[in-house]
Design a protein around this ligand. Structure first.
Ligand code: F6P
Length: 330
């Protein structure tokens, strides 16, 4: 294994470090008439670097906020992914591995008169990481986290990562009281080092898995967020798709309802939401204003076919249309 020399020279110390251990090469097919088991034709194909932290990074970039990415990259698909990041102007320090970066297939269909756009996403497990590669990654990330304003640890862990991979990453990036956000699946609570700087961002399915309770409605999400906050997580955000999102900070909670839109691609809206939250909180915004921007970013993402390419005027317009209410905790 070889690793890019890590250097923080020239990087903005106020930037957010977006860690995506399981980088993906996202191949999005726009298929007007998609049927399972049928022979379907795509109208358009887009191939870009993906993975939750990369979507956070490109959203931060479209909000003109400094960011830097880190993740494992390997093989031909890894090279393509790295080139795609560079072509978008995303700065990154990659930890090179012997395995092959995974691909994700995203099939977009609609919207039609019959209903909204549907996204089907198939993700591969990812390359198997060796102990040596993981150790190098931890060392890279430790160095890259130095002086950042916030760190996001996003998405699934590739096979071969240590069982306590998220805890370890959290431990090495913790420091100077900077916020650390974890955005990942159901085991994230068990793997989170509960710390006063920890933020957790989950979708409804992940929140249900983390709390072992159904999360379908705003009330369910509020109750799950409150349950997680009671375990010492400083900020808990749960997204509910077109229903909006809740944010619980200590003993206070807020609900944001987005305006109704015709969604073209819901994939990555949760990642864009996190970017909005991190950007607003990093500027010292109040929790309700941060939730408003986050919800506007998630909604703006759904308006476009390509993930995370937010149009600033859409975000501003949508933010004015998001209704944010403080809600009494249950
Ligand atoms: O890290 P996970 O949860 O496996 O998901 C990865 C996939 O999700 C996305 O980040 C969208 O949220 C895609 O860009 C990527 O292919």
């Amino acid at each position: 294994m070889s690793s890019s020399p890590v250097t923080t020279a020239g990087l903005s110390p106020l930037s957010t470090l977006c860690i995506t251990p399981n980088v993906a090469l996202d191949r999005t097919l726009v298929v007007p008439r998609f049927t399972l088991g049928g022979a379907c034709r795509a109208d358009h194909v887009y191939t870009t670097i993906g993975g939750r932290g990369l979507n956070v990074a490109r959203t931060l970039a479209s909000l003109a906020k400094a960011n830097h990415s880190a993740g494992f990259i390997g093989g031909a698909s890894g090279n393509m992914a790295a080139r795609s990041a560079a072509a978008e102007g995303l700065t990154a320090t990659w930890s090179h591995i012997g395995g092959e970066t995974r691909a994700s297939l995203i099939i977009l269909t609609g919207p039609t008169e019959a209903g909204p756009a549907q996204a089907t996403i198939i993700t591969e497990p990812g390359p198997v990481i060796t102990d040596r590669e993981w150790a190098q990654f931890e060392a890279d990330v430790t160095q890259l986290a130095h002086g950042r304003s916030a760190v996001c640890i996003c998405g699934s862990m590739p096979p071969g990562s240590p069982p306590s991979a998220r805890q370890r990453l959290q431990a090495v990036v913790a420091g100077h009281g900077r916020p650390v956000w974890v955005d990942s699946g159901g085991e994230s609570l068990a793997q989170a080092n509960i710390a006063p700087t920890l933020g957790l961002k989950l979708n409804a399915e992940e929140a249900a898995a983390a709390t072992a309770r159904p999360v379908q409605t705003v009330t369910d999400a509020l109750s799950a967020a409150q349950w997680l906050a009671a375990r010492g997580i400083a900020r808990v955000a749960i997204t509910l798709g077109s229903q909006g999102a809740v944010l619980v900070v200590g003993h206070k909670g807020w609900y944001a309802r987005p305006p109704a839109i015709v969604a073209r691609n819901p994939v990555g809206s949760g990642d864009c939401f996190l970017a909005g939250l991190v950007a607003a909180l990093g500027e010292g915004s109040r929790s309700d204003d941060a939730l408003r921007l986050a919800t506007a970013c998630g909604t703006a993402n759904a308006l476009a076919t390509r993930v995370g390419r937010l149009v600033a005027s859409d975000v501003t317009r949508l933010a004015a249309e998001v209704a944010v209410h403080q809600i009494g905790l249950l």
